[in-house]
Write a protein that binds this ligand. Structure first.
Ligand SMILES: [Zn+2]
Length: 93
């Protein structure tokens, strides 16, 4: 829980920066963009909402939070390929 989690859809950061809060934000927003993202992860937004509404606990939030955390890894693109500086050649002319 060191790095704050950002919404993979709109980039908004939850208050605590936790994936659970981000999931809560997604359910709370519930617009087409957020629904489509959840569906694209192979989940049913409606089913998760129903599950959350009818089942005690945060099961749906936890499920979505895990997906969001995985998405965070994809968002962080590591830059290291261009470490070699081969274009710069010294010419003593
Ligand atoms: Zn969002």
């Amino acid at each position: 829980m060191s790095e704050p989690v950002k919404c993979p859809v709109c980039g908004k950061q939850a208050k605590t920066g936790s994936a659970i809060d981000c999931a809560r934000h997604m359910f709370g927003t519930g617009d087409k963009a957020h629904r489509d993202w959840v569906e694209a992860q192979g989940l049913s937004f409606i089913d998760l909402m129903i599950e959350q509404a009818t089942t005690p606990g945060n099961k749906s939030y936890v499920i979505l939070a895990e997906i969001i955390e995985k998405a965070q890894d994809g968002l962080e693109i590591s830059v290291g390929a261009e470490s070699k500086d081969t274009s710069r050649e010294r010419r003593n002319a």
